[in-house]
Design a protein around this ligand. Structure first.
Ligand code: NAI
Ligand code: MG
Length: 365
């Protein structure tokens, strides 16, 4: 069926094509049973693109990514391409896509599925029902700021330098993503910095507050210092809805928050950029995990992180929250029935294959 929802699928390497197979089946199901259709295009990225075209992503593929509503990516990389020089490695394909699409807002949810409550390292009552979203600024801050480098001082001592830099526009655009998203969730944003000791944090807090007053006063806004936020995330994570923070703090807080509940095979992500002239917000959805060469081709891959990434695209790009709910509920149900790929298997449980997990998901839908 023709559709104006354009999705570009880039399965990539290793288990990428395997987990994307699950998503393709769910997309087919949605077309047949929900009358929700997509124009799906598929292309190569990473090692697969190197093998065919000699580059980890081609200009034509980048073009397609620029002109679709959402990109769904599997994973890239593997031992076959490990000896290539850095600029030609599979990972460069992903980096180029992120850069060319201008993806400055990285979304990392921490969701606790009922059936996995016991698997958390925290007490069940702390994580049961958890559903929070960390938004990390991805293209600015101390990882990119100038000056940077290692220099030798006149006295012979060496000095390493990195600079935390944020402009008002960089702060405002990522904060706008957070406020927008909060409106589709529980309408609360907590902005995180260290305004007590960093000028960039002072500016961050001022600009977020200003933008809130101008355009998003219906959203509840709070501020928190990053060190306190780290503590609160493990003490009482359910107090949060959306957290927005800079590149460095977000790197650490998103990893910590994700691991409150999940294992690598369960973690989705999204990266968002600007809205273009046609009204599309650039977006790329992908699992947090890599290409898992150790289990590739063995039917052992957990497809849930990639499926949940697709569900995020339904919620945040395609404005299909009910369909996103449906998929997340199906994931919850298959887990509740005890189906586990080896990576999330608890003792006393039998592991199922990617294919069995996929069939059970479709059944559940
Ligand atoms: P990895 O995430 O691929 O694997 C780490 C461990 O987790 C492995 O034991 C793997 O079997 C397991 N695992 C990961 N995803 C799983 C899934 N869905 N189901 C079941 N088990 C899963 O990270 P690793 O081993 O450090 O990297 C492998 C390759 O992937 C490298 O070439 C690396 O550069 C690349 N990579 C790519 C990423 C991306 O495309 N975004 C991110 C991270 C790594
Ligand atoms: Mg990290």
């Amino acid at each position: 069926m023709a559709s104006n929802r354009k999705l570009l699928i880039l399965p990539g390497d290793g288990i990428g094509p395997e987990v994307m197979g699950t998503v393709r089946k769910v997309i087919d199901w949605m077309d047949r049973r929900r009358a929700v259709s997509f124009d799906v295009d598929e292309d190569l990225v990473g090692g697969a693109a190197i093998d065919k075209h000699g580059a980890p992503v081609t200009d034509a593929t980048v073009d397609k990514a620029m002109n679709c509503d959402a990109v769904l990516l599997g994973a890239v990389g593997g031992p076959k391409w490990d000896d290539l020089p850095f600029e030609r490695k599979p990972e460069r394909g992903l980096l180029r896509l992120r850069k060319d699409l201008g993806l400055y807002a990285n979304l990392r949810p921490a969701i606790c599925f009922d059936a996995l409550v016991e698997a958390s390292t925290l007490k069940p009552e702390i994580v049961a029902g958890l559903d929070i979203m960390i938004i990390r600024e991805l293209t600015g801050g101390v990882y990119f700021g100038e000056p940077r480098g290692i220099e030798t001082l006149p006295n012979g001592e060496r000095r390493g330098v990195n600079t935390q830099v944020y402009t008002t526009s960089e702060i405002r655009r990522v904060a706008a993503v957070a406020f927008d998203l909060a409106r589709k969730r529980s309408n609360r944003v907590c902005s995180v910095e260290k305004a007590n000791v960093m000028e960039s944090g002072v500016l961050w807090r001022e600009e977020v507050t200003k933008l809130h007053g101008e355009q998003f006063s219906d959203v509840e806004l709070s501020h928190m210092y990053a060190d306190n936020c780290a503590m609160q995330l493990v003490r009482a994570p359910k107090q949060f809805d959306v957290i927005v923070t800079d590149n460095l703090f977000g790197d650490m807080l998103s990893d910590a928050a994700a691991m409150l509940t999940g294992s690598l095979g369960m973690l989705p992500s999204a990266s968002l950029g600007d809205v273009d002239e046609s009204g599309r917000r650039k977006s790329l959805y992908e699992p947090v995990h890599g290409s898992a060469p150790d289990i590739a081709g063995q039917g052992k891959a957990n497809p849930l992180a990639t499926l949940l990434s697709y569900a995020m695209s339904l919620r945040y790009t395609f404005d299909l929250p009910e369909d996103a709910d449906l998929i997340e509920q199906a994931v919850n149900n298959v887990l509740a029935k005890g189906l586990r790929t080896p990576d999330i298997m608890a003792s006393g449980m039998a592991a199922v294959s990617t294919a069995t997990m996929t069939d059970a998901l479709i059944q559940e839908l």
